[in-house]
Design a protein around this ligand. Sequence first.
Ligand SMILES: Cc1cc2nc3c(=O)[nH]c(=O)nc-3n(C[C@H](O)[C@H](O)[C@H](O)COP(=O)(O)O)c2cc1C
Length: 307
Amino acid sequence: MADLAVNLAGIRLRNPVLAASGTFGYGREYAAVVPLDQIGGVITKGTSLEAWTGNPPPRTVETAAGMLNAIGLENPGLKHLVEADLPWLASQGATVVVNVVGRTVDEYVAVAEALDARPAVAGLELNVSCPNVDKGGMAFGVHPESAYALVRAVRKRTRLPLLVKLTPNVTDIVRIAEQVRDAGADGLSAVNTLVGMAIDIHCRRPVLGNATGGLSGPAIKPVALAAVWRLARVGLPILGGGGISFWQDAVEFLMAGATAVAVGTATFVRPRAMLEIAQGMEEYLKCQGIERITDLVGAANPGARTG
Ligand SMILES: Cc1cc2nc3c(=O)[nH]c(=O)nc-3n(C[C@H](O)[C@H](O)[C@H](O)COP(=O)(O)O)c2cc1C
């Protein structure tokens, strides 16, 4: 039997395949086809202190090799997560990582603090792509200083394993990651979506209600893989993701230096993609005579400090 279990920055996972934030809701709609105790974990939709309404429609559009979304982080808020979603996820045997969003440092801290020491939560993933209202709307994760300040503040108020989800929309992602590490993060999550847009040439206006959105799916896989490759030298465990559709993609991310992977857009095309990916990885290990999936981490990356 090949061993698929991994420890991602202190989060114990039965296998290394997690549902990417925002592409799986809280798992309810998928549970009939994807038993939540058979995937590595569920990363929840970004959760804010109060409910957020999100962007005007249209909010999604298909592209040549993926999709654009501009949901605007609509979510029912912390209270709903704690009272309705966490108990249900626990009843399904899911390993739960809560994705946290906020418009101010204090909002992030309040959500993190409220979730600390809740047995239903295995870890937190900070989405630092949110606009910082105290800094003119610039995303927290594009400036080393604001990324550091946010992670430092959250770190002080939670003992849960803390992953920080990096945006690829920066000049030097490694520099941001080093700040995040120095601020006390336990792991990195890479990458979030790339900024993109589409124009309706008949109406002469952007297709998305928000004009621009986030590009995901197979189109971004080489970009995401290169980010993981570069981030592997920072010395923190990595949750890799971006365009993973098949088990071979996931193996590439592990070999670049990721300890586990997040799968998002592929689930919209093939709802059981995560199960297929975990199964494909297990068969690959057996064929190769490898006992543990962890032996693949960083296997193709001489600079990796995560393996
Ligand atoms: C519809 C949609 C909603 C998303 N919502 C969130 C979110 O709430 N928080 C977050 O950190 N990332 C969010 N993401 C980004 C995904 O978690 C993932 O990082 C990205 O889509 C790249 O992976 P993929 O190519 O496998 O989809 C969202 C992506 C999509 C497509």
